[in-house]
Design a binder for this molecule. Structure first.
Ligand code: FES
Ligand SMILES: [Fe+2]
Length: 367
């Protein structure tokens, strides 16, 4: 099996949006050849439906939300959060002009998907609903999101490449070379590689450029001369289908995957800077600590976006070389790469569900 043509195991929760993006205006999101419409009802609850009106197949995301229902833009059919058609204007008995057709509402239902909001993100499950609550199929926990000691920055990755190229990039810490001024670490040396059914974990020894131990340490983000190299442990963990990393005690990064197709991958990179070293800060009132957390949100934006832009160039070139069928020999020296490739293949092989894949309906999907 060629890893670049592997699908995803849909029996996991995937992130399709940030919470703040979803309002009472319907929004289209995509996950593995599926177009999904998300909206909030009048109570603020998020619903996820197949983004296709069963009348003429137009996108329901063109419509609007009325109380708890989603109304199609074309003829005004309405659907509730469970996907049941609840109203067709033409059949409304109260609509008593001579053209009206006083028939009962037909039983029409479109697919609705389990959806939940956690830690600032919207998670969707497109897999086998019988497996929904199994221990293996939980959303990835991000305790730093609400913790007052962590400052978050989010960068969206959108690349024209198979998701395996992104995961390999995230597991291969030998590529610090690429990142010039944005480089957070150097001299990585893989010390341990641990694999389980659901995880590939690499533990590197490295040197970090940043140390968050003084209140002005944040200035290291902007001025390279304030940085000084010191040894730190660098851990990367592919917890299928997502990824997490720590650099010493100061930094934690998550990458929440949303593969869209074989050649298009979206993901959310969330970077946390720890303020744990500042014990005096913890004595301040909660509201003030929340104020600081909110004020400092996005502090690492330039660095994170810069890293992402550099990585995307490399990842997309790998995809292009793959598509051009350049069959020159390649040499891999990092054992994390074959380990994640094995995991990706195993996930598809073990839990592939033909019903789910059929629903992907690749022919009609506009990427
Ligand atoms: S196409 Fe949606 S109501 Fe007609
Ligand atoms: Fe990178």
């Amino acid at each position: 099996m060629d890893v670049r043509s592997c699908g995803i195991n849909l029996n996991h929760w995937y992130v399709v949006a940030q919470s703040q993006e979803i309002t009472t205006k319907p929004k289209e999101v995509k996950l593995w050849y599926n177009s999904i419409v998300l909206y909030r009802d009048s109570m603020g609850k998020i619903h996820a439906l197949d983004n296709r009106c069963p009348h003429r197949q137009v996108k329901l995301s063109e419509g609007k939300v009325l109380e708890n229902s989603l109304e199609c833009a074309y003829h005004g059919w309405q659907f509730n959060g469970e996907g049941n058609c609840t109203f067709i204007p033409y059949l409304n008995p109260e609509f008593s002009c001579s053209n009206s057709n006083n028939k009962a509402l037909p039983k029409i239902k479109i697919e609705s998907y389990p959806v939940q909001e956690f830690d600032g993100f919207v998670w969707i499950f497109l897999g086998d609903k019988k497996l929904l609550n199994s221990d293996k199929n939980q959303t990835m926990s991000i305790p730093e999101w609400d913790h007052l000691n962590y400052i978050a920055t989010v960068s969206v990755i959108d690349c024209q490449a198979h998701f395996s190229f992104l995961i390999e990039n995230l597991m291969d810490m030998y590529h610090g070379h690429l990142h010039d001024d944005y480089q957070a670490w150097t001299d990585a040396n893989l010390k341990e590689l641990l694999t389980t059914e659901e995880e590939v974990k690499g533990i590197y020894e490295a040197k970090s450029y940043y140390k968050i131990d003084k209140i002005w340490s944040i200035s290291q983000l902007f001025f390279p001369s304030f940085r000084s190299l010191h040894p730190e442990s660098l851990m990367v963990n592919y917890c299928y289908p997502h990824w997490q990393s720590t650099l010493g005690k100061d930094f934690t990064i998550y990458c929440l995957l949303c593969p869209i197709s074989l050649t298009h991958t979206k993901a959310y990179l969330i970077h946390f800077t720890s303020l744990n070293a500042f014990w005096r800060l913890h004595k301040l009132p909660r509201w003030f600590r929340q104020f600081i957390k909110d004020k400092l949100y996005g502090t690492a934006q330039t660095m994170l976006d810069g890293l992402v832009a550099q990585d995307i160039i490399m990842i997309e070139q790998e995809q292009q070389a793959y598509e051009q069928k350049i069959r020159k020999p390649t040499y891999e020296i990092n054992p994390t790469i074959p380990a994640v490739q094995k995991m990706i293949k195993k996930q598809v092989k073990d839990e592939c569900n033909p019903d789910i894949l059929r629903r992907g309906d690749r022919e009609n999907f506009i990427i």
